[in-house]
Design a protein around this ligand. Sequence first.
Ligand SMILES: *[C@@H]1O[C@H](CO)[C@@H](O)[C@H](O)[C@H]1NC(C)=O
Ligand SMILES: *[C@@H]1O[C@H](CO)[C@@H](O)[C@H](O)[C@H]1NC(C)=O
Ligand SMILES: *[C@@H]1O[C@H](CO)[C@@H](O)[C@H](O)[C@H]1NC(C)=O
Ligand SMILES: *[C@@H]1O[C@H](CO)[C@@H](O)[C@H](O)[C@H]1NC(C)=O
Ligand SMILES: *[C@@H]1O[C@H](CO)[C@@H](O)[C@H](O)[C@H]1NC(C)=O
Ligand SMILES: *[C@@H]1O[C@H](CO)[C@@H](O)[C@H](O)[C@H]1NC(C)=O
Ligand SMILES: *[C@@H]1O[C@H](CO)[C@@H](O)[C@H](O)[C@H]1NC(C)=O
Ligand SMILES: *[C@@H]1O[C@H](CO)[C@@H](O)[C@H](O)[C@H]1NC(C)=O
Ligand SMILES: *[C@@H]1O[C@H](CO)[C@@H](O)[C@H](O)[C@H]1NC(C)=O
Ligand SMILES: *[C@@H]1O[C@H](CO)[C@@H](O)[C@H](O)[C@H]1NC(C)=O
Ligand SMILES: *[C@@H]1O[C@H](CO)[C@@H](O)[C@H](O)[C@H]1NC(C)=O
Ligand SMILES: *[C@@H]1O[C@H](CO)[C@@H](O)[C@H](O)[C@H]1NC(C)=O
Length: 573
Amino acid sequence: MKLSPFVLSSALFSALQSAHGIVIDERDCDEGGTNTSTIQWGPCDPSVVTDSSDFSCGFLEIPIDYHNSSMGKGRIAVIKANATNERRGTYFMNPGGPGGSGLEALSSSPTASYLLNVTGGFYDIVSWDPRGIGSLSIPGDVFCFDSVDEYDAFFNGTIEFSGIEMTGNFTDQSDIDALLAQAGTMQQKYVELGKRCQQHSDGKYLKYIGTSATVRDLLALADALDGPGAPVNYFGYSYGTILGSWLVNMFPNRVGRIILDGVIDPQLFGSVELSLGWQHQLHNADDVYAGLVTGCALAGPAGCAIASEGQSPADVNNDIQTVLGLAHDAARKNSSAPLTSGQLRTALYPYMYQPAQWANLTNSVFPEVFQIVEGESQGTSNVTKRAQLFDRSVVRRAENDTKVYTTSAILCGDSKDRSGNVTMTDIFDEIISASRNISHMFASQWPSPVYICSLWPERAVERYEGPFNKTLANPILVIGNTYDPVTPFSGAQALADELGNSAKLVRMNGFGHTSTAAVGASTCINSVLLAYTVNGTLPEDNNTVCEVDDSFEIWPGVSTNMILGNMTSSGLL
Ligand SMILES: *[C@@H]1O[C@H](CO)[C@@H](O)[C@H](O)[C@H]1NC(C)=O
Ligand SMILES: *[C@@H]1O[C@H](CO)[C@@H](O)[C@H](O)[C@H]1NC(C)=O
Ligand SMILES: *[C@@H]1O[C@H](CO)[C@@H](O)[C@H](O)[C@H]1NC(C)=O
Ligand SMILES: *[C@@H]1O[C@H](CO)[C@@H](O)[C@H](O)[C@H]1NC(C)=O
Ligand SMILES: *[C@@H]1O[C@H](CO)[C@@H](O)[C@H](O)[C@H]1NC(C)=O
Ligand SMILES: *[C@@H]1O[C@H](CO)[C@@H](O)[C@H](O)[C@H]1NC(C)=O
Ligand SMILES: *[C@@H]1O[C@H](CO)[C@@H](O)[C@H](O)[C@H]1NC(C)=O
Ligand SMILES: *[C@@H]1O[C@H](CO)[C@@H](O)[C@H](O)[C@H]1NC(C)=O
Ligand SMILES: *[C@@H]1O[C@H](CO)[C@@H](O)[C@H](O)[C@H]1NC(C)=O
Ligand SMILES: *[C@@H]1O[C@H](CO)[C@@H](O)[C@H](O)[C@H]1NC(C)=O
Ligand SMILES: *[C@@H]1O[C@H](CO)[C@@H](O)[C@H](O)[C@H]1NC(C)=O
Ligand SMILES: *[C@@H]1O[C@H](CO)[C@@H](O)[C@H](O)[C@H]1NC(C)=O
């Protein structure tokens, strides 16, 4: 699992400075420069697509800068699953991140099969590694260090590794003092980091990997595959909804049938300094956690290993808080404690994206964590174990194990101009405040790619800054979950409100990040998708609520509806 802010973990399913950008005007957009490049399809690169038999791959040539041809050419790597029915065109998909590889996401089972199913098999399903992502596209992944050792040495002894220590609602003065004492160091590190990224071999590309350029690449793909000027059909998940919102407003006449799922309000995204505004994304994160402990209590010890017989959700929560407290106290006493409460919260958070992994968390990961933390208090903990635990959850690493900065490069490059007055202390204050008021469990996570943004040296040469209320050639479908840890339902609501008659809103009444968190097990969502993708039919009103099927069991015998029914009375958190 990755910690990128808006990425769908691993795949769709788990088992998935330039100070001023060009503010584009509408005429520029709607001409939508048609592209004559073609894609030569062939086998996929086995280093990226492990099971290649169901897919074809190729490259599309792209200009590095759509507004300055002297910058030369790049390319994007593209993957396709053929239509299984009579082909009508193409459905494009972006898995989020930003930084998620479309090649990896589409080729991870069962993504392609699911998308073919909910489009009636009538479309080729196509994804791609957007500029700035992966090893095949040019520009590819963003690096700022040559090796993991260099990275480790750079951040050695900082909260980049230890995380932030806090208990309860971050009211303990010694925790507050300890964090604020790090502000100077972290500010200096992030300024220096930005310089390293600029000076690294591909640093010259940083201003060309933003979302507007990716919108233009997507149009070029549609021109190449479905003909010049063809309507664009698209599934955008998570960050892919920002790509989608920019697409439909930059090129409203190119809108085909578009689904935006797990929505970030594009208006909010563009109007706040991301290192301060990010916390708004966490409004439902503690609700998801409450769902987890409620479900665990309902499952009981037979299904959920960390529950004891007769425990209430509050009891299960207390046990987890106790472990976090022990880890916190151990880290306060010994700065080299193998597992800090900050690391634990940061590792726990990605699980909130995926209810399908909750049983795994409570039955195999938590027991190990409990053991390590108990060992810590007795001074006997096993550092090897900790390393194993974290290797599977912490930040994405490239093949050669050097940390990738693509997510920061895109999010920061797209974000509003630096006001120049946001300091690390402001960011820390925001974290403390959000830990009290937004998410007690997850607001103190560190690191996060977004916290670099106010100090990031580059902005994309082109950014779309609105309006976000254009009238679209075709109405689009907007989906949000009741309890999503990173794209709260309010985002989907806001986007639908902005688009008015050009959108319809559907809520999936469940937990996790995007409707795919139910692993396709909402018959209702599946049929809403099918009716729209195949016939262009949308629900009549804005108030459609889709339940998750009871066949989707999070623990044996424990469905989403059962958790929702019991959560309301738990009074948790
Ligand atoms: C997809 O269809 C094309 C022809 O339309 C064919 O050449 C190619 O082999 C197919 N790809 C796969 C993976 O089946
Ligand atoms: C797609 O539909 C087929 C046939 O109904 C079914 O067997 C398969 O499980 C579905 N795949 C997914 C991922 O939903
Ligand atoms: C890791 O890969 C990146 C990109 O290919 C390259 O710039 C860097 O030099 C590589 N580092 C090592 C240690 O091989
Ligand atoms: C981090 O610093 C400690 C002492 O300050 C040193 O022992 C250790 O080797 C350093 N680790 C790295 C990876 O540089
Ligand atoms: C945190 O704040 C909430 C109210 O916002 C309160 O219910 C809860 O008891 C507090 N938790 C702790 C540990 O202080
Ligand atoms: C549980 O996690 C382990 C380790 O990450 C993984 O190998 C296994 O497939 C997971 N089990 C399920 C049921 O997802
Ligand atoms: C530490 O954990 C690793 C992996 O689980 C195990 O192989 C090793 O024996 C453990 N060491 C001790 C001292 O328990
Ligand atoms: C930074 O400046 C902007 C306007 O220039 C102002 O709105 C904002 O409050 C300032 N932020 C801080 C943290 O001082
Ligand atoms: C669209 O949004 C802009 C602000 O971005 C606003 O000025 C304008 O009135 C809105 N138009 C409609 C039709 O709501
Ligand atoms: C859906 O909601 C939007 C914004 O709230 C509104 O403009 C539109 O009229 C609504 N459509 C229907 C059919 O209720
Ligand atoms: C699409 O419309 C046709 C004709 O009305 C109907 O037969 C078919 O069932 C519809 N398909 C879906 C998936 O709604
Ligand atoms: C609460 O959980 C129990 C199972 O322990 C279940 O029987 C009951 O239906 C649930 N309540 C609601 C309102 O769903």
